[in-house]
Structure formats: C-alpha cells, structure tokens
Design a protein around this ligand. Structure first.
Ligand SMILES: Cc1ncc(COP(=O)(O)O)c(C=O)c1O
Length: 391
C-alpha cells in the first residue's frame, strides 16, 4: 500500500473524534483550480459525452504541444499522447520500455507508486541510493554504472523530485544521458513538477537532441493546474516506436477523460494561462520559505531546503518515524494534529528512511505555521513518552 495513503484510516478516525488534522502527507494542493479550466468544462456544448480518440482530443494534444513550445521544446502532435493522469503515463512508459523480468534503475527515495506500476509491468526496480546529506543529488557515475546489468532497460526518475524536491543540475542530466546512450537505456523522466523550480533551472529530458530515441517524458496537469481530479497527463517521446507502442496501450484502455481535456484546451487557449501558472508557483515559493523558517524552530529536525516541487524530506529525532506519525494521529493530546508521510516507504533498500518523513507544503501559510507548531509540540511530548527514541 502507498505509504502516503496507508495511514489515512487513522486520520479519518481522529477526525471522527472531532480533531482537526493538518494533512502534510499528500500532494493534494489547496489552491483553487483556475477558473479558465473549469469554465472550459462548464461551457462544453455536448449532446453526448463521448469517448475521445485514444491518443487524446486534437485540441488537448495541441494544448500540450503549445505548452512545450513555450518551454522551447518543439514537438509534433504524433509525439504526444494524452493519458489518464501522469500515473497512466508512467505505467505505459514501463510497459513500452520493458519486457517482464527487465530491470529499471530509479534514484531512491522515489515516488512510491512506481512500485505498483513496476509490479503491473512485471519489472524490477533497482534503487540508486541518494542521501539527505547530499541533497538527494545523484551519486558519482561509478556508483550508478555498477548497477547496470544486461537486464537493465531504463532509468526512471522524477525531476523535480517527489519526495525530495531535488532539481537535477545540468551535469547530472548529462551523466544520465551519457549512460543511456552508452548502455542503450531509455531515460524515463517524470517531469510533472516541471513548473515548480525555485532555484536553478529545470532541463527537460526532451531538450537533449542526442536522446531522441531514448527519452520518454511523463507529464501531468494535476499539480501545475491544481487539478488532480482531472486525470489528464501525457506520455511524450520522439521515438516513433515508443509512441506506436504507447498508442496500442492507449487503445486498450479506449480513452482518457473527455471533459477535462476540453478544460485543458480552454485553459491553454486563454491569454492569461502563463500568468496563472506563474502565480501558482509563486505561492509555493512563499510557502517553502515559511516552512523552512518554521521547521528551523523545531529542535532535532534536520532538512535542507530543496530546489523544487512542493515536498521536503525531514530527518526526525525519533527512531521510527512511522510509529511517531501513528502516535500523532491516535495519541497526541489536543484539538489538532498533523499527518506526515513516513519516509521508509519511499525507499526500496530495507531500513533506509526509518527516521525520515515527507512533508508536502500544500497548505496555506497560516495552516502551515500552525501545523509546524503542532509538530513541534508533538515531538516534545513524544520524546518523553517514547524514551527509546534516540534524540
Ligand atoms: C512524481 C509523480 N509522478 C506522477 C504522479 C501522478 O500524478 P497524476 O496521476 O495525478 O498525474 C505524481 C503524483 O503525486 C507524482 O508525484
């Protein structure tokens, strides 16, 4: 089960007992979905809510194409296929790139749903371990290369990273590109947080001309449009064989959601769309500063302020972060509590991340400050009642 959702029943129980739970555990933004998108859905003139073409409505494909053009990435419509969220794009990418029994390298900690998708594709994930101390940046070439076997087909990574917030530097992406070419691997870049970069710049895997055969990009509007329920994403590649295989997967599931594609087309057709996207990013930029300031007040919590996305991995002054997260939901006294995502589930290597938790800064500034205050109190009390926890 996803470590992000597994403890939800405990949070539901706390709420039944009248507690307010600050949800810092899940990347569900509280920011309103842009009116331009919702108007596109509301104003849809349809007599029949029909299937869309398997690869997406031409207007939605065009919306993605013009979006990438704004990022300086030129694509043809055949190189873009609309999926049911970025989730389906990851699933398609793994199925297209790999046969059952193949291996895929993935920097850990990683987005835990990659586990489920790799199970469905019958692919083995092989972790490239990264650490909080190194800002979750990639290890040297030798450490990655020694993990490559004759069964390795791809390197899957999210950039900016979930749960790390790390944005890979140019030289890290160049290293991955070199390895992909040398060992003939696909690079599956999950770029759903592309807009959310506060330091440095984001470089898309599609900006490497030499990777035209090897790059597969996963995208989604869930986060950048605060439209997680829309279920609209994309798989993008310049490799015609990849796109041909992806289209076959797409035909098997018939169609991505129709109404939300119309919403996206309306949004991207609106002259204010870039402004709206930038306002959204600015809001997270402010929240990141608030969170860093508030966390710095909590004794024993260690973290670095990541460059992007809206997540932070924290080192907690407890031996078992999951036990602490559970305790906050079941035993923490008071009217309010906080829910975090325990760190261990973001790692494949056993034992790693046990004293870590992920925070998603998806709440407004006032709630974020209050949540940090509650977390501070929780840690103080927990360290008294759980004396085994090393501080
Ligand atoms: C790194 C990453 N990839 C993909 C997804 C899936 O997003 P969706 O299916 O909502 O587009 C998420 C959602 O949290 C994510 O964090």
């Amino acid at each position: 089960m996803s470590p992000i959702r597994r403890l939800v029943p405990l949070a539901d129980e706390a709420k039944r007992k009248g507690k307010k739970v600050y949800h810092l555990n899940i990347g569900q933004p509280d920011i309103p979905t842009p009116k331009e998108f919702l108007d596109g859905v509301r104003n849809a003139q349809l007599e029949v809510l029909a299937y869309s073409p398997s690869q997406g409505l031409p207007a939605a494909v065009e919306a993605f194409r013009t979006y990438y053009e704004e990022w300086g990435i030129a694509l043809s419509p055949e190189e873009i296929l609309i999926t049911t969220g970025g989730s389906e794009a990851v699933l398609f990418a793994l199925n297209v790139a790999c046969d059952p029994g193949d291996q895929v390298l993935v920097p850990e900690p990683f987005y835990p749903n990659y586990n489920g998708f790799s199970r469905l594709a019958e692919v083995e994930l092989v972790p490239i371990t990264t650490s909080r101390e190194e800002g979750f940046h990639l290890p040297p070439r030798g450490e990655i290369e020694r993990l490559i076997s004759d069964r390795t087909r791809a390197i899957l990574f999210s950039n900016p990273g979930n749960p790390t917030g790390t944005v890979y530097r140019g030289e890290e992406l160049e290293l991955l590109a070199e390895l992909a070419l040398k060992h003939d691997l696909f690079l599956i870049a999950d770029e759903v947080y592309r807009e959310f970069v506060y330091e440095g710049t984001h470089r898309s895997v599609l900006s490497f001309p030499e990777l035209s055969e090897h790059a597969i990009m996963v995208d989604s509007i869930s986060k950048r449009l605060s439209a997680c329920g829309a279920r609209i994403g994309a798989i993008v590649s310049r490799n015609p064989r990849v796109m041909d295989a992806a289209r076959r997967c797409a035909m098997a599931r018939l169609s991505p959601p129709t109404l939300e594609q119309l919403g996206l087309a309306a949004f991207m057709g609106h002259p204010r769309h870039r402004e709206v996207l930038e306002e959204m990013v600015e809001e997270y930029h402010r929240r990141r500063a608030v969170l860093a300031q508030e966390l710095a007040r909590i004794p024993g919590v260690s973290f670095r302020v990541p460059e992007g996305a809206f997540y932070m991995m924290l080192g907690l002054p407890v031996a078992d972060a999951e036990a602490f997260v559970r305790w906050m939901l079941t035993d923490f006294p008071g009217e309010e509590t906080v829910m975090l995502a325990p760190g261990e589930g973001f790692y494949k290597t056993p034992g790693l991340g046990r004293d870590e938790a992920r925070i998603a800064y998806v709440l407004n500034e006032r709630d974020l400050r209050r949540a940090c205050e509650v977390l501070k109190q929780g840690l103080e009390i927990y360290q008294e009642v759980a004396p085994a926890a090393p501080v």
